[in-house]
Design a protein around this ligand. Sequence first.
Ligand code: NAP
Length: 324
Amino acid sequence: MVPRAARSNSVGSNSRAQGAIALRWSAEIKACGSLGSGAADTYTRMARRNPGFVGYHGRARPHRFEATRPAGWNEEVPMNIEGSVALVTGANRGLGKAFAEALIGAGAAKVYAGARDPAAITDPRLTPVSLDVTQSVSVAAAAERCGDATILINNAGILLGRPMLAAGSEQAMRQEMEVNVYGVLAMMRAFAPILARNGGGAIANMLSVVSWFTSPLNATYGASKRAALAVTDAARMELKAQGTQVIGIYAGFVDTDMAAGIDRPKTSPRQVAERTLEGIRAGVDHVLADERAEQVRHDTRFKPEAFAAGLQALWDGRAAGVGR
Ligand SMILES: NC(=O)c1ccc[n+]([C@@H]2O[C@H](COP(=O)([O-])OP(=O)(O)OC[C@H]3O[C@@H](n4cnc5c(N)ncnc54)[C@H](OP(=O)(O)O)[C@@H]3O)[C@@H](O)[C@H]2O)c1
């Protein structure tokens, strides 16, 4: 692993890299044509003034980018995926599989594919690792096995998704918290010293748009994803000094088993994975992995009352009563 500081010559300074990203966005907007050059120029100015853009894509909607520079912004040199050693949790299917494949495609030297059933990892390019993120013995064994890791992607998650006061909600939320919050925390605590030893590296946590608001229909899951956001934000601050980049990833519905029963537009797992890797390379703190994330981020920040009214209407219209 080449430490961040030593990589500065190969990738250029952080501000140079960010400037290049801002200019590329501007070029994309201009190429898109729907906004006119004035919008693109405004966007370019915005990007230059605020190099720590939280948003990532959104070619047709530059106004949805968040132009603040978050606390804990990593001033260090962005991370190279090429030659990295990554561990992905829940890599046997869904988004985890897409993360693992994208890492291999981007030139990672080794990708540990964490799975509760490692026999389910059949891609010969991956290194299977037995890992249940809720079991401390399993987490410790994975840390022992993956001592050369430079990137950790905390992807494993479950959705039981009960309304908050429904029957069984407490049990559902405890289970969701175990995997989506305490599992992420355990992995970060186990791997932070490893990443420090290996030069800093990066941790990317798969969160959700519901980290930003509470959907009444899957409120228990939302509570866990919101807590996972707090864990992510706190860890970013704590690990800044050791040069570890900590990223939150946000997406709407993604086309995996988890969203199989949902009849709504879905993002491909590959897109989420690719945007995440671009976010790691660019050194951002937050990756808005699809259009839904861009939209929700904008609406929850700039139209919170209207957004809350929509959620109330959703509950009033679709739920016959609390307790069902
Ligand atoms: N799909 C969406 O619409 C969506 C949207 C936003 C965010 N997310 C988040 O994206 C992540 C991946 O979700 P997905 O859509 O790929 O879901 P999925 O298809 O249901 O896959 C979940 C993965 O997590 C693993 N897992 C569950 N509990 C685990 C544990 N205790 N230890 C280790 N691995 C465990 C599963 O392993 P097994 O095969 O052993 O069960 C599986 O590999 C989750 O964090 C989810 O909350 C999903």
